[in-house]
Design a protein around this ligand. Sequence first.
Ligand code: ADP
Ligand code: MG
Length: 188
Amino acid sequence: MKRSLDTFDFAQGRFARDDKFVHICNVMKIKTSSYLETQEFGKKFAENLKGGEVVLLIGDLGAGKTTFVQGVGKFFKIKRNITSPTFVLMKIYEVKGNYLKKISPLAKKLGRDDNGGIKKLIHVDTYRGLEINDLENIGALEFFGRDDCVCFVEWGAGLEKFLKSKKIKTIILQIKNLSENEREINIK
Ligand code: ADP
Ligand code: MG
């Protein structure tokens, strides 16, 4: 049975009455069946960001890391096309205007009744094996943990220790390829 991701309940950590979802030990797991569903999930995910988070995206080439960030961009009403920053290493998207105009009941419950303080979406790709030094050189480091930024790092698993040592809110999001159009997304 297919369900709309609109029924995803972050407070409960599961879809309303959805058997696709399991919630074990703070790991959220969902399955998507198309790139649009992954984008839709990105949108829902973004609704819960407060600013200052760094999301490390793990998954093979073609898993859907960039697709997920495109969904995040939709939530922030970013008009620019979000594409993989593999060659430019980092892309900075300005978040303009009032992205929380239609504030959801959940966001309200989380105390997000302002216009939101997030001003930039930072998208980094460390596929070529960027080290902390490199991240500093390309200017990415200064955005990590800043309240007015949310950062997404593809292939960023290696940064977990560093970010945690800096007490930066770090979210690990892993995407597994199940079949041509199915993906399993784990968040911890
Ligand atoms: P990555 O950034 O992980 O290398 P991309 O997001 O660039 O991956 O590419 C994912 C590809 O897989 C896209 O062509 C997308 O259309 C396709 N795709 C098929 N099903 C899904 C799904 N359920 N979720 C995400 N992408 C999917
Ligand atoms: Mg990518």
